[in-house]
Design a protein around this ligand. Sequence first.
Ligand SMILES: *Cc1c(COP(=O)(O)O)cnc(C)c1O
Length: 306
Amino acid sequence: MSLKNLQKSHTLNSISLPSVTTKISFRGRDFYLKRDELLHYELSGNKFRKLYQLINTPSKTYTKLISYGGTQSNAMLSMAYLANKKDWKFDYYCKNIPLHVKQNPQGNYKKALDLGMNVFEVEHDEFQQSISRLFLQINPHEVLVPQGGADKIAEVGIKVLADEISAWMDEKKIKNLNIITPAGTGTTAYYLAKSLPECKIITTPVVGDENYLKVEMSALGKYPDNLYIINTEKKYHFAKPYREFFQIYKELKEIDIEFDLIYAPKMWLSLLQNLEKFEGDVLYVHSGGISGNESMLKRYRFKGFI
Ligand SMILES: *Cc1c(COP(=O)(O)O)cnc(C)c1O
C-alpha cells in the first residue's frame, strides 16, 4: 500500500508519513535524527513500523489480537491501542505478575488495561508451553504476534521506513550513511539492514548479549553483511536504572529530544564509545517508547538517581 493510501484509509489517521529528520549537535558531534517517536504516542517509534501491516489490515479481517511478553512492554501498549481502534479483542499472556502491580497498575500496563487488554497470567515454568500452544491453536480470525513484534510481518513497515531514509539520502545527496538504532529482538535493525544494503546499520544488544541477539535475528533469515553489533565497555542488565543512563537521557532532554530510558541510553553510550570506527554521516533512528518513561522515572527516583 502506498504512503498516500495509508494516510487516507486507516482509522489511525493522525499519523502522517514520512517522519521528519532533524539535525542535532550532541557532545560536540553532529547527528541526524529520524524522529519516529513523533509519529504517535502509543504507536510510537519502531512499534508503529513493525505493526504497520496490521495497522493497514481492515478491522473485519480479525476479531482478536494475541501476544505475550513483559507487563511494561512498549509493544504491549502499541498492540492494546491498535486492537482498541480496530475493535479487536486483545489477549496478552505474561509470567507471574507481582501483587503490587496487580493492586496498583501503572505506566504502560495501566494504559493497556484501560484500552481493554485481557491479561492472562501464566506460571513461570509453564510459560513456554502455553505460548507454543497458542501458536498451535490460533484460528484464521485471530492474529498472534510474537513477543516484541519479532515477526516477519514487521518487514513491510520497516521497508517503508527504509524507503523514507533512501529518499532523504537522495535529497541530501548523502552517500555514506551509518544508521543507528538499538536492538531488543533485533527485528528493526535486521530488516533495516536487509532493506538498505548500501548503508551500514549499527545496533547494540539491550535485552541479552550479542549471541542472544544473533540467535533472535537468525529466525528472520540470513545475517546481513551490513549489520554491525557494537557494545559498551560495561555490562548492563535489561530495564534496570543506571546513573549513566539517566545522565545521557537528561543531556538529550536538554536539547529538547526525549528518548526512552531502557534502549536509547545504551545505544548512545555504545555509539559514543565506538564513534571513531564509523566514517560518514550518522543517522540515529529514534525507536520511540517514551510512554514507558513514566514507570522508569519512578524507579530512578526510588533509587535516588534523580
Ligand atoms: C521495542 C523497542 C526496541 C527494540 O526493537 P527490536 O525491533 O525488538 O529490536 C528499541 N527501542 C525501543 C524504545 C523499543 O520500544
